[in-house]
Ligand binder design. Structure first.
Ligand code: G6P
Length: 282
């Protein structure tokens, strides 16, 4: 018999009062915080975590948790003017990273353990009606994270995963499109190889990325499946930004990269189904 379980748990790591849910499927485990519906841990087997959580992460006073898989919604990065008709001062990456979500469903089957977290947002700056958003988490021989919103509204979203890396010098993500929007220089760039490596600050938006990416962490090989996306963002803050970011330690940039599955288009009001699947292959 496989050991399977879903449990409520108070606290994860140094965030000792954070309400969380733990999932167990055989050797594999995952932890998701109700604050932000943020996955904080994924261990295919007991040992090293696939996901990275900052040692300085906090969650009180409307602070988004630095690490795991933040949910960015309904905008990515600074709010787009189309979503902010009253030109308010609004937080980076939307409004659900700093709210409490509810456990809506849980299932244990022979093949997987899954939970659905949900949140109803009473109104958005550009949309007066309430909107419900769900995060579906399925643990099996991989971890699948899906963000679902059935409302036909303009919405951006990202699953902003922070992956632990063993050696940043040997870390690579591929295959990526050759063209990308470089947020560091503020220009469009062209690479000769379909690979991202990390020797300085990296903050890139790749449009129309492949449905499967390989992440080599210097010690492990991960396969990242994505669907519903029109962009992948690859981010590492490097040394200066690590030093200057309150909830990163000086050397945090050596320990993680973000590979984010996103939908950024705002041309068309449409429902959302955005998925990232994380699988350890070696
Ligand atoms: O500090 P945060 O609001 O969590 O954003 C962290 C990072 O998220 C994304 O990767 C963006 O592309 C970066 O420009 C941003 O710095």
């Amino acid at each position: 018999m496989l050991n399977t379980a879903i449990n409520l748990q108070t606290g994860f790591g140094h965030l000792t009062d954070l309400p969380c849910i733990t999932l167990q499927f055989g050797e594999a485990s995952a932890v998701v915080s109700l604050y932000g519906a943020q996955v904080l841990s994924y261990q295919p087997a007991p040992g090293d975590d696939i996901l990275w959580l900052s040692p300085l992460a906090q969650w009180h006073n409307q602070t988004p948790i630095r690490g795991g898989v933040p949910v960015c919604w309904p905008w990515f990065g600074p709010v787009d003017a189309r979503l902010n008709p009253k030109q308010q001062s609004l937080p980076n990456h939307g409004v659900v990273r700093t709210r409490l979500w509810q456990l809506a469903e849980q299932h244990i089957t022979a093949d997987s353990v899954s939970v659905t977290l949900a949140i109803t947002v009473p109104a958005l700056p550009y949309h007066p009606d309430e909107t419900t958003l769900q995060l579906q988490l399925t643990l099996s021989d991989s971890l699948t994270i899906s963000l679902v919103c059935n409302s036909v509204i303009a919405q951006q979203a990202a699953l902003h995963s922070y992956f632990s890396v063993a050696n940043i010098d040997n870390t690579r993500v591929q295959p990526l499109p050759l063209q990308y929007q470089d947020k560091v220089s503020g220009s469009d760039q062209h690479s000769s190889k379909p690979v991202a490596t990390f020797k300085a600050e990296v903050d890139r938006i790749y449009a129309k990325p492949a449905a499967k990416l390989q992440l080599d962490t210097g010690a492990q090989q991960l396969e990242l499946g994505q669907s519903g996306q029109d962009a992948t963002i690859v981010w590492n803050p490097w040394q200066d930004k690590s030093r200057n970011t309150k909830d990163l330690a000086d050397d945090s940039y050596l320990e993680f990269i973000c590979v984010e599955t996103a939908r950024l288009q705002l041309q068309e009001a449409a429902p959302l189904q955005l998925t990232q699947q994380i699988k350890l292959t070696q």
